[in-house]
Design a protein around this ligand. Structure first.
Ligand code: PBG
Length: 325
């Protein structure tokens, strides 16, 4: 017998496919991660992240100018200091590199684009961990939170619209919210890296920010085990209770089950981070002629959107804004 149902009807032409598409990626969904490095004379390419650079403050401003003109609505900033110490004091120094860059961006672009600041200390600590170490070399949760609160105030003072705690300390969102409120920053939002996994896919990012974890260590003591998804629900619920405005799942593609689950769990905006390793794998395979870069990039971003993310942090933002939309 011939089939009664013919789903192929709606796939017959490009116009029909476009008309019936269930999800779309818009430039305004994308956030560009940007790196600014202290003491540079000119922007430096990052070998493991083709097309991404460590910026000087002036080259950062020019990059954001181009993104604004292309309709991008968000950037997230990472600072790379020229000196590091035990507690990562460059992260909360009012004249630290991230704060300098934030002040320049806010002065130049005002409210034309959402200026987000990654809130962590791993770029600033000599040992490369996301917090302060105790006598046993473990990250001390509560001492680290004090430093995150100081960093949040420094970033908000410098002009960040959004701070984005990425260190996975327990209670960080509530403490940062209270610190921001007490300092009068009631309108500064928190985008929480809520379900952040201890992933091998952050490798190229650590080149971008010059981080080597001391003794060949890892972040499994604070980032999530990738075998778990119920744990992500717990982390997200806690961050919501503590006042997160946007929650995030990171990385993206290997965790789309988690993205879909969190989408059902909360009405808050949901972000997903297509991380450095996801980008680098795409670039490397495309450079070898093994896959079609543009088609694969669209499929990656489209899948993240389909799974339920509202916001995608991606190194593909400028490419998408220039070549796709
Ligand atoms: C921590 C931080 C990391 C990333 C964003 N914020 C690295 C880590 O946890 O080791 C990774 C981003 C990427 O891989 O693109 N400050």
């Amino acid at each position: 017998m011939f089939p009664v149902s013919r789903p192929r009807r709606l796939r017959a032409t490009a116009a029909l496919r476009e008309l019936t598409a269930e999800s779309r990626v818009n430039v305004s969904d994308l956030v560009a991660p940007l790196f600014v490095r202290e003491g540079l004379d000119s922007p430096q390419p990052i070998t493991s992240l083709p097309g991404v650079v460590q910026h000087t403050v002036p080259s950062l401003v020019e990059e954001v100018r181009a993104l604004v003109a292309l309709g991008v609505k968000g950037v997230i900033l990472f600072g790379v200091p020229s000196t590091k110490d035990d507690i990562g004091s460059g992260a909360f120094d009012p004249n630290g590199i991230a704060q300098k860059a934030l002040r320049n961006l806010r002065d130049t672009f005002q409210d034309d684009i959402a200026i987000m600041a990654d809130l962590c200390v791993d770029e600033y600590t000599s040992h490369g961990h996301c917090g302060v170490l105790d006598a046993h070399g473990h990250v001390d949760n509560d001492k680290t939170i004090d430093i995150y609160c100081r960093t949040a105030i420094a970033q908000a003072t410098a002009g960040a619209h959004v701070v984005a705690p990425s260190g996975m300390m327990d209670g960080q969102v509530g403490a940062i919210r209270a610190a921001l409120d007490a300092a009068g920053f009631l309108d500064v939002a928190i985008m929480a890296y809520s379900a952040k996994y201890a992933s091998a896919e952050y490798g190229p990012f650590r080149d971008a920010v010059d981080v080597r974890i001391a003794g060949g260590g890892d972040r499994k003591g604070y980032q999530q085990d990738w075998r778990n998804s119920r744990e992500a629900v717990r982390e997200v619920l806690e961050d919501i209770e503590q006042g997160a405005d946007i929650v995030m799942v990171k990385p993206a593609l290997a965790y789309l089950d988690v993205v879909a689950e969190i989408r059902r769990l909360t009405p808050l905006p949901l972000a997903a981070y297509h991380v450095s390793g996801e980008y680098s794998m795409l670039k490397a395979a495309a450079a070898n002629g093994w896959i079609d870069h543009d088609a694969t990039a669209l499929e990656h971003l489209g899948a993240i959107k389909r799974a339920g993310a509202d916001i995608i942090l991606t190194y593909l933002t400028r490419w998408y804004a220039e070549h796709v939309s």
